[in-house]
Design a protein around this ligand. Structure first.
Ligand SMILES: [Mg+2]
Length: 173
């Protein structure tokens, strides 16, 4: 069950210590979209998010959106944030991560992956040996398939808490 434990846990993308990531040798950050960057139903990033991404990029980090959603959902975010994006990623499967590592030539220890779900974002990152970062979901409003994942996820959270491996609300980096 340790495969579901994130390396870092932050309240939101605004609370991640990006300088500390750089100190650890991270050069690239993969961002989940839904409920990590924006809630369901919001079709483009807000000003605060655009500013955050600009600030992180100025630090020299490569930012890429890696989303399980389709092209139509991902494209406005790719354009407004002016960053690269991979849609239909099928996280936690390894293919898209491998493809990104090959194209951008980053090693596993140079990539951090941020997301709001254990079953896709954290599991996928941990399987690849990336630095996994869990953030709280922005909204409790999920897409149908995510709702099913959440049922399983809640059971995993309970197991992890019972075994003192992870506790919701206790942030660490
Ligand atoms: Mg998500």
């Amino acid at each position: 069950m340790e495969i579901f434990v994130p390396d870092i846990y932050a309240k939101s993308i605004f609370d991640i210590n990006y300088d500390k990531l750089i100190d650890r040798g991270i050069k690239c950050i993969l961002f989940d979209l839904d409920n990590t960057i924006a809630p369901k139903g919001v079709k483009s990033p807000d000003k605060k998010t655009i500013e955050l991404f600009e600030q992180i990029e100025e630090k020299g980090l490569k930012l890429i959106i890696v989303s399980n959603s389709g092209k139509k959902r991902v494209t406005p975010f790719k354009e407004h944030l002016n960053i690269d994006a991979a849609h239909t990623a099928l996280k936690p499967l390894k293919n898209k991560y491998k493809k990104i590592m090959k194209i951008y030539r980053f090693k596993d220890n140079e990539i951090a992956a941020v997301g709001d779900q254990l079953l896709t974002d954290v599991l996928g990152a941990n399987r690849m040996g990336l630095t996994s970062i869990l953030v709280n979901q922005i909204s409790v409003n999920d897409f149908v398939w995510t709702k099913m994942n959440r049922v399983i996820e809640n059971k995993i959270f309970k197991y992890l808490e019972k075994h003192s491996l992870f506790k919701l609300g206790e942030y660490y980096d």
